[in-house]
Write a new protein. Structure first.
Length: 108
């Protein structure tokens, strides 16, 4: 995983997302999820290209049940964009890079 992508946990999630100066796109994922593996390189590219506009973070749903339940994540990948510490956009399922950037643009 890229050094530009932050790994979150139940213990670090709230403090990190609420303290962020830029919107944080959290990828709720799991090791066994095929579509999660498809979207991972796209998120890597976005994290490198959108520095200062959006932060990419990942939360493993199998290891972090509290946050996963709190945000009602039922399918993965689920991407939730947090702006000012609050959910602003939810994207369920893998997307191509161009489509994902179009969906995010309004919030960046």
């Amino acid at each position: 995983m890229s050094e530009k992508i932050t790994t979150l946990s139940d213990a670090t999630f709230d403090a990190h997302v609420k303290a962020a100066d830029t919107p944080v796109l959290v990828d709720f994922w799991a090791e066994w999820c095929g579509p999660c593996k498809v979207i991972a390189p796209i998120l890597e590219e976005i994290s490198s290209e959108q520095v200062g506009r959006v932060e990419i973070a990942k939360l493993n749903i199998d290891e972090n049940l509290d946050v996963t339940r709190r945000y009602d994540v039922m399918s993965i990948p689920t991407l939730i964009l947090f702006k000012d510490g609050e959910p602003a956009l939810r994207v369920v399922g893998a997307r191509g890079k161009a489509q994902l950037l179009r969906e995010l643009e309004v919030y960046l």
